[in-house]
Design a protein. Structure first.
Length: 251
C-alpha cells in the first residue's frame, strides 16, 4: 500500500494529567512511544515519525532508530501538531495521505493501522477512521467511550453521521466504539486545522465533529476489537502484561 504515499505521524507530549510522562513510560525496557512507533513501522504503509514538543521524547525515539520532528509547544490538539510536522517533513507537498496515530496505543495491531486507509480509496471521502462493535452495556453507557453513528456503505464501512459520548443510537441494533485513529487527505487536514472549534465539538468535547459540521465526509472502517489505550497506571500495567505475554508466545 506504499503507493498511497502515506505518512504516519504520532503526536506525543508529556503533559498527560492522569499519567505524567506517559510517552516515556517503560514497557519491557522500551519507552511506550517506541512500541507505538514499531507498530506503525510494521504496518508498512509509509514513512513514520513522532511529532513532539519535548526533547526527551525526541531523544528516546532517535535512540531507538526512529524519526522525530520537533514542533511548537502551544498546539491545542494532536491534529494541529501533525499539520506542523507535515509541513516540516514534506514542504514540497508530495505526501497525499496522513495517518494520525495516538502515542498511547502500544498494543495496536499493524493490520488495524492499515485498515484506516481503506475508505480513502473512495474519492468522496475526506477523512477515514475506525470503530468496533460494542458488546457490553458498560461500554454503551460509558461517556468515556465515544460512539460512532453512521449509515452503512458496505458491511464493514459506515459513513459517519455523528459522534457522541451518549448512548447512541437508541433502540435495537449495533452500537460502535470509536477508535481515535485517523487518515486524512492532505487538503482535508489543512482545511480542518484552519477551521475554528465548532459548537458541537465544544459541547461533546470531540474534535471530529468540527469536520462533520463543516460538511466534510468521514467514513468509518469496522474492525474486530478496540486497541487498548494507556491513560492510567492500571492501563499501563495491562499493556505491560499483554506485551510480555506476546513476547513469551513469540519464543
Amino acid at each position: 500500500m506504499t503507493e498511497t504515499r502515506a505518512l504516519v505521524l504520532i503526536p506525543a507530549r508529556m503533559a498527560a494529567t492522569r499519567l505524567p510522562g506517559k510517552p516515556l513510560a517503560d514497557i519491557g525496557g522500551v519507552p511506550m512511544i517506541v512500541h507505538v512507533l514499531r507498530r506503525a513501522e510494521a504496518a508498512g504503509i509509509g514513512r513514520v515519525a513522532v511529532a513532539t514538543d519535548t526533547p526527551e521524547i525526541a531523544a528516546a525515539v532517535t535512540a531507538h532508530g526512529g524519526e522525530a520532528i520537533m514542533t511548537r509547544a502551544d498546539h491545542p490538539s494532536g491534529s494541529d501538531r501533525i499539520f506542523e510536522a507535515l509541513g516540516r517533513l514534506d514542504p514540497e507537498g508530495r505526501i497525499e495521505t496522513i495517518v494520525n496515530l495516538q502515542g498511547d496505543f502500544p498494543t495496536i495491531r499493524p493490520d488495524i493501522i492499515r485498515d484506516v486507509l481503506q475508505p480513502l480509496a473512495d474519492p468522496a471521502v475526506d477523512i477515514a477512521t475506525l470503530a468496533a462493535e460494542i458488546h457490553t452495556d458498560e461500554e454503551a453507557v460509558n461517556p468515556n467511550v465515544v460512539k460512532a453513528v453512521g449509515s452503512q456503505v458496505t458491511p464493514r464501512r459506515l459513513r459517519a453521521l455523528y459522534f457522541t459520548r451518549a448512548t447512541a443510537p437508541h433502540g435495537d441494533g449495533p452500537r460502535y466504539h470509536h477508535i481515535g485513529l485517523y487518515a486524512y487527505r492532505r487538503r482535508a487536514l489543512q482545511r480542518f486545522v484552519e477551521l475554528p472549534p465548532s459548537p458541537l465539538e465544544q459541547q461533546e468535547r470531540l474534535e471530529q465533529l468540527r469536520a462533520l459540521e463543516d460538511g466534510m465526509r468521514i467514513d468509518i472502517m469496522i474492525v474486530d476489537d478496540v486497541p487498548r489505550g494507556v491513560d492510567t497506571p492500571a492501563d499501563l500495567e495491562t499493556a505491560r502484561g499483554l506485551l510480555a505475554a506476546s513476547r513469551q508466545t513469540a519464543r
